[in-house]
Design a protein around this ligand. Structure first.
Ligand SMILES: O=C(O)CNC(=O)[C@H](CS)NC(=O)CCC(=O)C(=O)O
Length: 294
């Protein structure tokens, strides 16, 4: 058995303050005995718009990442953290970036994943999100890799709605799936728990879902044009409810709905019980590859 932690906090455009929130979670989760801590999508900042986001990612995110790396080393804990990184065409640093990637870093083993599915949606009663305006979607699948709590498959947020990705990660050996997120209030209330538990049950994996929670922007942090674009009060807010789900689909830890202060919850990862779930219901031996080829 090993302890894992998932974090919840409210990132704003203030990168250093966001870093302090992450450090607070990292140090406390480590003290509590966690071997790995998962932080939300876009922990470095929640931007105002695409141009500002790119500028902040170029100028400020490197310092944010350094602070997280140092804290992980100091606290001797593995950290998964969502950030933005400038997108360079063909990986050529001399090409001026026009977008960022929505990236998750796994610090210590240097896993790096770029979000494959972007949140371009129009949901009645919810702010409009057009993630691809500022973000370049990833182009490759990242194989699961070993961590101190088990073999980890990386996803980000909206990826949770694409079960083929979770199935592929399981097929490639994942024992743990992560979904660092900043879910909207409306879709979160309707789908967050349902999707996370479904992915856990589909794949018989642990699910680690760190989440942003609370109002990401205050009115006085926004320009006049930005006010009104997010919700009726001109603010963007995230659903919270960071949680850990076990391979049977039970929620084994969940952060408080009330807390917008940096917080975390902990659960044991028990790979023996994972194997038991997989043996007692051997889905992977029963898949009808002849009818539904993978
Ligand atoms: O990169 C950033 O700055 C923050 N990124 C996000 O908040 C992303 C893209 S806008 N949010 C989601 O994917 C929410 C998905 C969701 O809510 C759903 O699937 O229902």
């Amino acid at each position: 058995m090993v302890l894992a932690a998932v974090g919840q906090f409210r990132a704003t455009i203030q990168v250093l303050a966001n870093a302090e929130s992450c450090l607070n979670i990292i140090h406390r989760a480590s003290k509590a005995g966690a071997k790995t801590v998962f932080l939300p999508e876009a922990s470095d900042f929640i931007g105002l718009n695409a141009e500002e986001g790119l500028k902040t990612a170029r100028n400020e995110t490197p310092q944010f990442v350094k602070m997280i790396r140092d804290a992980a080393a100091l606290s001797k804990i593995e950290v998964s953290v969502g950030i933005h990184s400038p997108f360079h065409l063909n990986n050529d640093a001399t090409v001026t970036p026009t977008k960022t990637t929505n990236t998750c870093l796994f610090i210590s083993s240097d896993g790096e994943y770029h979000k494959l599915h972007l949140f371009d949606v129009f949901v009645e009663g919810s702010p409009i999100y057009h993630e691809s305006k500022g973000v370049q979607k990833g182009s490759s699948f990242l194989k699961p890799f070993d961590t101190s709590i088990g073999r980890l498959g990386m996803n980000i947020c909206y990826d949770v709605r694409f079960p083929e990705m979770a199935l592929k990660l399981r097929r490639e050996g994942a024992e743990i799936l992560q979904y660092p997120s900043a879910f909207t209030l409306r879709t979160g209330a309707a789908h967050w728990e349902l999707l996370l538990r479904a992915r856990a049950v589909d794949t018989q994996c642990y699910v680690m879902a760190a989440a942003q929670g609370g109002k990401n922007m205050r009115r006085n942090e926004m320009t006049d044009q930005q006010v009104g674009k997010h919700d009726e009060e001109g603010r963007r807010a995230s659903y919270g409810h960071a949680m850990i789900v076990d391979p049977w689909g039970s929620i084994v830890a969940q952060c408080s709905d009330m807390s917008t202060e940096p917080s975390f919850c902990l659960a044991d990862v028990d790979l023996q019980s994972l194997r038991q779930v997989r043996q007692s219901m051997p889905l992977w031996d029963q898949r009808r590859e002849d009818v539904f080829p993978s």
